[in-house]
Design a protein around this ligand. Structure first.
Ligand code: GTP
Ligand code: SAM
Ligand code: SF4
Ligand code: SF4
Length: 329
C-alpha cells in the first residue's frame, strides 16, 4: 500500500497548500495592513526547495497541491515551478490568485500543467473593489477571468470574502455574474488573522447563514451531493451548471474532515491555518547534507502536531498574529 500521512485524529492528509511568495500587488483590507514589510530574499524558499518539498509530499501520498501566496504570479519563476510540479502526476493541481495578471498568464499557466484556478473577486463595483483591495483595478481582474475561461482550465472558482456593509449587498449580483461566466463561486467568512485593526478590516463578520438569507429571494439553491474535498459546502442551481459554495470556518466549522497542511514561503510546515503549530522545513532543507529521507521523516513526525481544530474566535480578539498572505489562506 502506498505511504499516507495520517494525524492523531485519524485524518488523512493528502492536500498541501504551498505559499510561493508573501508579496502581492494588492493590499486587501482583510488580509494585509496598509504598510507591510516583506521577507528578505534569503528567507524565501528557492524554486528548487519548493519543488523538493512538493515532490516529497507526493511520495507521502499527496494528491492535491494548491499554489497560493501573497500573489503567486508576482513570483518571477512561477511558470517554471508550475511546469515542474505539473510533472508529479497530481490528481488536482490548482492556484489561488487575485487575477490581476491573468490576461497574460492564464494561457501559459494552463500550458505549463496547472489544472484549476480560484480567482478572488469581492466586488463588481470598481470603486468598492479599489477600496477593498486598496490597489486593485477591477477591469484587469474581469479581463483576467475571461482569459482564464478561454485558456480552458478544468475548473474556475471565484472567491468572495463577505463583509457586512462593504460588499454583502452585492451577493445576488455576484452569483448572477458567476452564472453568466459559467464559473463556480464561494462565499467566505472572514477569519481573524494578522494584526489588522477593526477599522481597517471594515465591518463585522457576515456569517454564511446571513449570506444564504441574502440569496434566498434571488436564486434557488439545492445542496450538491458530491464531496468537494475542500472546506466549501456546495449548492447547485436548478437552471445552471455552476456551484455556489460556503466556506464557514466560524459557523459550520469543517475541521473534523481536515485533509490539508500548508507550507509558508519561509518553509514553515504549518499544521493548521488557525493555529501556530509548525515545523521548520527550511532548516532541514538547508542542512548539509540534506536527504529526502530526513525531509520525509520530518514531515511524517510533524503530523503528530496537527491540532484538532482552529483557535479562531469571533469576539474580536486576534490570536493569530501572522497575516493571511504568509499562509496563503
Ligand atoms: N479555516 C480554513 N479555511 C480554509 C482552509 N482551506 C481554505 N480555506 C479558506 O477558504 C478560502 C478559499 O480558499 P481557496 O484557496 O480558494 O481554496 P479551497 O476553497 O480549498 O479550494 P478548492 O480546492 O476549490 O476547494 C480562503 O479564504 C481560505 O483561507 C482550511 O483548511 N481552513
Ligand atoms: C491569501 S489569498 C492568496 C492568493 C491570492 N492573492 C488571492 O487573493 O486569491 C487566498 C485567499 O484567502 C482569502 N483571504 C485572505 N484573507 C482572508 C481572511 N482574513 N479571511 C478569509 N479569507 C481570507 C482571499 O480572499 C483569497 O481567496
Ligand atoms: S487576499 Fe490575496 S490579493 Fe488580497 S492582499 Fe491578500 S494575498 Fe493579496
Ligand atoms: S482550520 Fe485547521 S483544522 Fe480546521 S480545516 Fe483549516 S487547517 Fe484544518
Amino acid at each position: 500500500m502506498p505511504q499516507q500521512l495520517t494525524d492523531r485524529f485519524g485524518r488523512t492528509v493528502n492536500y498541501v497548500r504551498l505559499s510561493v511568495t508573501d508579496r502581492c500587488d494588492f493590499r486587501c483590507v482583510y488580509c494585509m495592513a496598509e504598510d507591510m514589510t516583506f521577507l528578505p530574499r534569503q528567507q524565501v524558499l528557492t524554486l528548487e526547495e519548493i519543488a523538493r518539498i512538493a515532490r516529497n509530499f507526493v511520495s507521502l501520498g499527496t494528491e492535491k497541491i494548491r499554489l497560493t501566496g501573497g500573489e503567486p504570479m508576482v513570483r518571477k519563476d512561477i511558470l517554471e515551478l508550475v511546469r515542474e510540479i505539473g510533472t508529479y502526476g497530481l490528481r488536482d493541481f490548482a492556484m489561488t490568485t487575485n487575477g490581476s495578471q491573468l490576461t497574460t498568464m492564464a494561457e501559459p499557466l494552463r500550458k505549463a500543467g496547472l489544472h484549476r484556478l480560484n480567482i478572488s473577486l469581492d466586488s463588481l463595483d470598481a470603486d468598492k473593489f479599489r477600496s477593498i483591495t486598496r490597489t486593485g483595478k477591477l477591469s484587469q481582474v474581469l479581463d483576467g477571468i475571461d482569459a482564464a475561461r478561454e485558456a480552458g482550465f478544468r475548473g474556475i472558482k471565484l472567491n468572495t470574502v463577505v463583509m457586512k456593509g462593504r460588499n454583502d449587498e452585492e451577493i445576488p449580483e455576484l452569483i448572477e455574474f458567476a452564472r453568466r461566466k459559467q464559473v463556480d463561486i464561494s462565499f467566505i467568512e472572514e477569519m481573524p488573522l494578522g494584526n489588522i485593526s477593526e477599522h481597517d478590516r471594515g465591518l463585522a463578520l457576515c456569517t454564511s447563514d446571513e449570506v444564504r438569507t441574502a440569496i434566498r429571494d434571488h436564486h434557488e439553491l439545492v445542496p450538491a451531493t458530491e464531496d468537494s474535498g475542500g472546506p466549501a459546502r456546495y449548492y447547485r442551481m436548478p437552471d445552471s451548471p455552476i456551484r455556489v459554495g460556503f466556506i464557514s470556518p466560524h459557523s459550520h466549522n469543517f475541521c473534523a474532515t481536515c485533509n490539508r497542511v500548508r507550507v509558508t514561503v519561509e518553509g514553515r510546515l504549518l499544521l493548521c491555518l488557525g493555529n501556530e503549530h509548525s515545523v521548520d522545513l527550511r532548516r532541514v532543507l538547508r542542512a548539509n547534507p540534506v536527504t529526502d529521507d530526513k525531509l520525509r521523516q520530518t514531515i511524517i513526525n510533524a503530523m503528530d502536531l496537527k491540532p484538532e481544530r482552529h483557535d479562531f474566535s469571533t469576539n474580536g480578539d486576534v490570536q493569530i498574529l501572522r497575516f493571511m498572505n504568509m499562509t496563503g489562506g
